[in-house]
Design a protein around this ligand. Structure first.
Ligand SMILES: CC(=O)N[C@H]1[C@@H](OP(=O)(O)OP(=O)(O)OC[C@H]2O[C@@H](n3ccc(=O)[nH]c3=O)[C@H](O)[C@@H]2O)O[C@H](CO)[C@@H](O)[C@@H]1O
Length: 504
C-alpha cells in the first residue's frame, strides 16, 4: 500500500490535497481505506476530471443555443417499423433473428449500474418487484424471457442454443446483484452464461473543481454513466469473451422497462438484414415533455439528444399534419455488432464527451460534520451509451408499439408516471390482451362472464387479472393450446405448473 506521503504527492499533482485533511485523525482501518481509495485515482486523470467538471458547469446551460437549428428527424430510410410493416416482412425479420440466436451469435447486455434514486430504493432496480401476482422481480422476468427465446430458437432450428447474459453493474449494484442471482439459483440459467462486470466510478466534484469528501475517510464517487460501458468492456475483456463464444450481435438494454423483449428476434433480424452496425428501438413519444431521449440527426449525423438537454419549445414543435416533429423516443434498447463495439472501445471511447449532472451530494464540512445538502452542490460527470451512434457506418432505428414493448419503471408511485403501478398495469394489460387473442374467457368470483376488451391500452386496468410466465410465452405466442374456448376465474396465473395441468 502507498504511504500517506506518496498519496499526498499524487494529490498535489492533481490539485486535490484537501482530500487528506482529516487523514491524521483517522483510526488505522479507515485511514488505510482512504489511502487505498486515493491511491486508485490516477493524478493526471483526476486533475483533468475535476477541471473539466468545473468548466462544464461554468458554461451556460446545455444545449448550446444553436442545437435546435441543427436538429432534424431521422430520414425515413433509416427507420423501420414493427407496427407499420406487413406480417410477411415481420416474419422475415423474426426468422432471421431466430436463425442468428440458434447459431449462438446473439447476446444480451443489461445496463444495471444505475442507482434507482428516483424510484427511492437503496438496492439495485432489477431486484424490485412491482406487485405482480407472481411477485416476480424485474431480474426474474428478464431471465425467464432469455430462457423462452432460447427455447423458441431451439424449436425452430433443432438446436440447443445459448443467449449469454452480460450484466454491467457498478460498485453500488455488483454485490447485491451477484448475491441475488445466487440466492435465486440464477433463475435456472447456467451461471457460466451470466457474466457480471463492473463499470468505473468517478469522484463527484464541487462547482469550483474540488473532489468531494463524503466522509472523513471516503471520497464521494458515482458510476461514470451508462456510457461507461465502453471502458468497462475493455477493462474486463468482455468483447474477447464474446468472441470466444462466437457472439456477433449484442442487444443492450436498460434494467427498468418491464416489457423489454430480450434478444428480440424481430429487432435483431431487422438490424441484421439491413446490415446495420448500430441500431436503436424507438417508441412514439407519449407527450412532448416525456423524459425520453430523442433519436434524431444533428448536422446530418444520427444521435440521441437527451431529454435533459433539449428545450421545451423544441419538444413541442409540430408537423403540418399536427403530429410532433420530434417523435422518436429512445427506449435505451440498442443493437450493436461486436465489430462496432470493438472499434468504439479501441478508437472512439476517448472522444465521448461527458455530460454534466448537478446533484445533491452528501459531504463533510470543514469541521468534519456530515452534511446532507438541501440544494445541489456537486457535479457528476456521466457518459451516455448512445453517444457512439455518431460513429456508426449504418445506423438504423426500429419503431415499436409502446403498449407491446415500453413501460419504464423510473419513479415511486407518488410521481404519477412511470411508476410501479403503471409498470404492473402495462404487463397485466398485455397478458390480458394475449389471453383474449388466444381465445380465453374470464369469469368473476360469482362465475359470471367478465366484459372482453381486446384493445385495452397499457394504461387501462384490465377487467380480469391474468399473468403469463415469460417461460410460457415470450410475445403472446403458443397460448391457444391452453386457453382457446376455456373459461377462467380471475386471477389466472399461467405458469409452468398451470400449463401442465391445461395441456390437452
Ligand atoms: C443516457 C440514457 O441512456 N438515457 C436514456 C434512459 O434515461 P434515464 O434517465 O431514465 O436513464 P437511467 O438513469 O434510468 O439509466 C438507464 C440505464 O442505464 C443504467 N446505468 C445508468 C447509469 C450508470 O452509471 N450506469 C448504468 O448502468 C441504469 O441502471 C439503467 O438501466 O432511458 C430512457 C428510456 O427509459 C431513454 O429515453 C433515455 O434516453
Amino acid at each position: 500500500m502507498a504511504s500517506e506521503q506518496d498519496v499526498r504527492a499524487r494529490l498535489q499533482r492533481a490539485g486535490q490535497e484537501h482530500l487528506l485533511r482529516f487523514c491524521a485523525e483517522l483510526a488505522p482501518g479507515p485511514r488505510a481505506a482512504l489511502l487505498a481509495q486515493l491511491e486508485s485515482l490516477e493524478p493526471e486523470a483526476l486533475r483533468e476530471h475535476c477541471q473539466r467538471a468545473a468548466a462544464a458547469c461554468a458554461r451556460p446551460p446545455d444545449p448550446p443555443p444553436d442545437v435546435a437549428a441543427r436538429l432534424r428527424p431521422l430520414p425515413p430510410e433509416r427507420v423501420g417499423s414493427s407496427r407499420q410493416s406487413d406480417p410477411k416482412t415481420r416474419r422475415l425479420w423474426e426468422e432471421e433473428g431466430f436463425h442468428q440466436i440458434a447459431l449462438n451469435k446473439v447476446a444480451v447486455l443489461l445496463l444495471a449500474g444505475g442507482q434507482g434514486t428516483r424510484l427511492g430504493v437503496s438496492y439495485p432496480k432489477g431486484m424490485y418487484q412491482v406487485g405482480l401476482p407472481s411477485q416476480k422481480t424485474l431480474y426474474q422476468l428478464q431471465a425467464e424471457r432469455i430462457r423462452r427465446v432460447q427455447q423458441l430458437a431451439d424449436e425452430r432450428h433443432g438446436t440447443r442454443c445459448t443467449v449469454p447474459w452480460y450484466i454491467m453493474t457498478s460498485e453500488f449494484t455488483l454485490g447485491p446483484t451477484a448475491e441475488f442471482f445466487k440466492e435465486h439459483d440464477f433463475f435456472h440459467l447456467d451461471p457460466d452464461n451470466v457474466v457480471m462486470f463492473e463499470q468505473r466510478m468517478l469522484p463527484a466534484v464541487t462547482f469550483d473543481g474540488r473532489a468531494i469528501l463524503e466522509r472523513k475517510d471516503k471520497v464521494a464517487m458515482a458510476p461514470d454513466g451508462n456510457g461507461g460501458l465502453y471502458c468497462a468492456l475493455a477493462d474486463h475483456q468482455i468483447l474477447e469473451d464474446m468472441e470466444r463464444r462466437g457472439v456477433e450481435f449484442v442487444h443492450v438494454y436498460c434494467v427498468d422497462n418491464i416489457l423489454v423483449r430480450l434478444a428480440d428476434p424481430v429487432f435483431i433480424g431487422f438490424c441484421v438484414l439491413r446490415g446495420a452496425d448500430c441500431g436503436a428501438k424507438v417508441v412514439e413519444k407519449a407527450y412532448p415533455e416525456e423524459p425520453v431521449g430523442l433519436v434524431c440527426q444533428v448536422d446530418g449525423v444520427p444521435q440521441v439528444v437527451e431529454y435533459s438537454e433539449i428545450s421545451p419549445e423544441t419538444t413541442r414543435l409540430r408537423t403540418p399534419d399536427g403530429g410532433l416533429l420530434y417523435n422518436t423516443g429512445n427506449m435505451c434498447n440498442h443493437f450493436f455488432t461486436r465489430g462496432f463495439l470493438q472499434v468504439v472501445t479501441r478508437e472512439y471511447e476517448s472522444l465521448l464527451k461527458p455530460h454534466v449532472a448537478v446533484k445533491k451530494v452528501p459531504y463533510v464540512d470543514e469541521e468534519g460534520n456530515p452534511v446532507k445538502p438541501l440544494k445541489p452542490n456537486g457535479i457528476k460527470m456521466e457518459k451516455f451509451v448512445f453517444d457512439v451512434f455518431q460513429f456508426a457506418e449504418n445506423f438504423v432505428a426500429f419503431e415499436v408499439q409502446r403498449e407491446d414493448e415500453f413501460s419504464p419503471l423510473k419513479n415511486a408511485d407518488s410521481a404519477g408516471k412511470d411508476n410501479p403501478t403503471t409498470a404492473r398495469r402495462a404487463l397485466l394489460s398485455q397478458h390480458y390482451r394475449w389471453a383474449l387473442q388466444a381465445g380465453a374467457h374470464f369469469l368473476d368470483s360469482q362465475g359470471a362472464r367478465l366484459p372482453e376488451l381486446p384493445s385495452l391500452p397499457g394504461s387501462g386496468e384490465p377487467p380480469a387479472i391474468c399473468e403469463i410466465s415469460p417461460v410460457v410465452s415470450y410475445s403472446g405466442e403458443g397460448l391457444e393450446v391452453y386457453l382457446r374456448g376455456r373459461e377462467f376465474r380471475s386471477p389466472l396465473i399461467l405458469d409452468e405448473n398451470q400449463v401442465r395441468a391445461l395441456r390437452p
